[in-house]
Design a protein around this ligand. Structure first.
Ligand SMILES: Nc1ncnc2c1ncn2[C@@H]1O[C@H](COP(=O)(O)OP(=O)(O)OP(=O)(O)O)[C@@H](O)[C@H]1O
Ligand SMILES: [Mg+2]
Length: 254
């Protein structure tokens, strides 16, 4: 097995998609995920969503910079962060055909925190405390390395048994930190500062920072404490979110 901090730039020929992984690779996802095998282990490829700001970037240089950063981060082996195995470029499966690199991550067959909580409706407080602490420690590790998650939410906490791991932080490292072209998929987890910026815009945007992640973390802690989300509805698309946002900020202005 590859050592914990090895981050590989994979060739498409390293990746195997057989009948078994094909059958299992059904994800309820807005992004694009592919379950495949790398070095005979099941891993997920997550395709980076192209943003306008990334279109003309020099990928090899960007990737090698980010790989160095991720390697440094993954030297911390007890960090409760989903392991990033590497990147793969120019790979064409049925659902994706572009030149943006895919992120190769460990596959968590136990699913995410929501799947876990739905199965454990009478979760003891000690367990809840341990899970909350591990997620918080994982986030602290990210912040210690100067990485802001940017998309912290329940589906980005993956479970191995009773142990949580923070996922999708690789996108925060790789993506352009300037959010000008970013539509984030989880407006309900965004801090008021970022929500206002995202939907109402600002001439001097406040850069995303650790406080925004802490705000998102508070929703996750609420979920663990109450075993339900702090809101009743699901926001289906950005126009719903935009509407809610304009109502919220109108109220605030009065
Ligand atoms: N490495 C993984 N192993 C197992 N399940 C995963 C893994 N990564 C994501 N998932 C699950 O697959 C589903 C889709 O994940 P995906 O990251 O594409 O979307 P999301 O987390 O809902 O939103 P976002 O695209 O903003 O992260 C979620 O239920 C997520 O928990
Ligand atoms: Mg995710």
């Amino acid at each position: 097995m590859a050592s914990q901090n090895t981050i590989k730039i994979c060739e498409p020929s390293d990746i195997i998609k057989d009948a078994e992984t094909k059958r299992k690779s059904v994800f309820n996802s807005t992004s694009v995920l592919d379950l495949v095998k790398l070095d005979n282990e099941e891993v997920l490829i997550k395709y980076l969503l192209p943003r306008k700001s990334m279109a003309n970037k020099d990928w090899p240089t960007l990737l090698s910079n980010e790989v160095e950063k991720l390697k440094e981060l993954q030297l911390n082996q007890n960090s409760n962060l989903v392991r990033i195995r590497g990147f793969v470029k120019d790979i064409h499966f049925e659902r994706r055909n572009n030149n943006f690199p895919g992120l190769v991550v460990d596959y968590f067959s136990d699913g995410n925190l929501q799947n876990y909580i739905e199965k454990h409706s009478d979760l003891p407080w000690k367990k809840r405390y341990e899970i909350a602490l591990k997620i918080t420690e994982g986030l602290r590790t990210l912040h210690q390395f100067g990485v802001y998650h940017n998309d912290l939410k329940i589906s980005n906490i993956l479970m191995k048994g009773d142990v949580p791991y923070i996922s999708d932080y690789g996108f925060s490292v790789v993506n352009d930190p300037c959010r000008s072209n970013g539509i984030y998929s989880a407006p309900l987890f965004l801090s008021p500062v970022q929500l206002e910026e995202l939907f109402l815009g600002s001439k001097n945007p406040t850069p995303y920072n650790e406080k925004d992640d802490i705000y998102s973390l508070s929703f996750i802690l609420y979920y663990i404490a109450y075993l339900k989300k702090p809101w009743a509805a699901e926001i289906k698309d950005t126009s719903d979110a935009s509407l809610i946002c304009s109502i919220l900020f109108k109220i605030k202005d009065h």
